[in-house]
Design a protein around this ligand. Sequence first.
Ligand SMILES: CC(C)(COP(=O)(O)OP(=O)(O)OC[C@H]1O[C@@H](n2cnc3c(N)ncnc32)[C@H](O)[C@@H]1OP(=O)(O)O)[C@@H](O)C(=O)NCCC(=O)NCCS
Length: 199
Amino acid sequence: MYTTPRYRIQEICLDDAANMNVLAQFSTDAAKQNSSKWLSTKSDAMKELRQCVIPSNYSRMATKNNRPVGWISSFPINKLVWEIHPLLIDPDNHGEGIGTHLVKEVEQTLRARGVQTIQVSTTDATNATNLSEKDLYIDPLGELQRLDVRDATIGHAFKFWVRSGYKVVGVIPDAEGIGIPSICLAKRLVPFSIESHSD
Ligand SMILES: CC(C)(COP(=O)(O)OP(=O)(O)OC[C@H]1O[C@@H](n2cnc3c(N)ncnc32)[C@H](O)[C@@H]1OP(=O)(O)O)[C@@H](O)C(=O)NCCC(=O)NCCS
């Protein structure tokens, strides 16, 4: 178990109705910051929890004073690459370092399991970056080089990932509808070594 002075990182127990209720409630609140459609109801959030918290994935929650305040899940793409989805922090506790600690916990565990790369995608359905509401097919790489938030006081989750050491490696235009792109980021968990190709 990964512990910080203020938070505990724990397994998520699907049978713990009280915790599940809290997780589902703040998940809908947090998801609203990304999209008006994603996890728009508590029942959608409960379904997401049940789909993600399965033995083949790696999922954890952060608790503060024994109350869940954030959760993360990750799943394998292949033996070497895993994806993080989702990461949701109770909006009442944003900016307290909880997202950072959950990501570190996942990275530490996956690295120990031999995973070399973590990928993550973050949608811009709120017009928070200069990639939204544009035909990105005209100059996708140029647009990516100019990627920024429209308003620094509002921000966007891609900034969180960059702050956590992830690199912007691509964009899927229209991923969730015309003009709603998905920004792709990745992080290598091991030192760069060509020798690692040999086996
Ligand atoms: C994005 C999210 C996971 C960040 O979690 P958090 O616990 O608030 O983040 P932290 O406190 O660990 O922040 C770490 C750093 O990222 C920055 N950051 C976090 N969210 C940010 C945002 N939306 N825009 C810009 N910067 C952000 C913080 O300012 C902080 O920077 P600093 O160390 O220079 O002060 C959380 O805000 C959230 O749940 N958002 C809604 C759902 C979402 O977007 N999930 C991610 C989908 S891919």
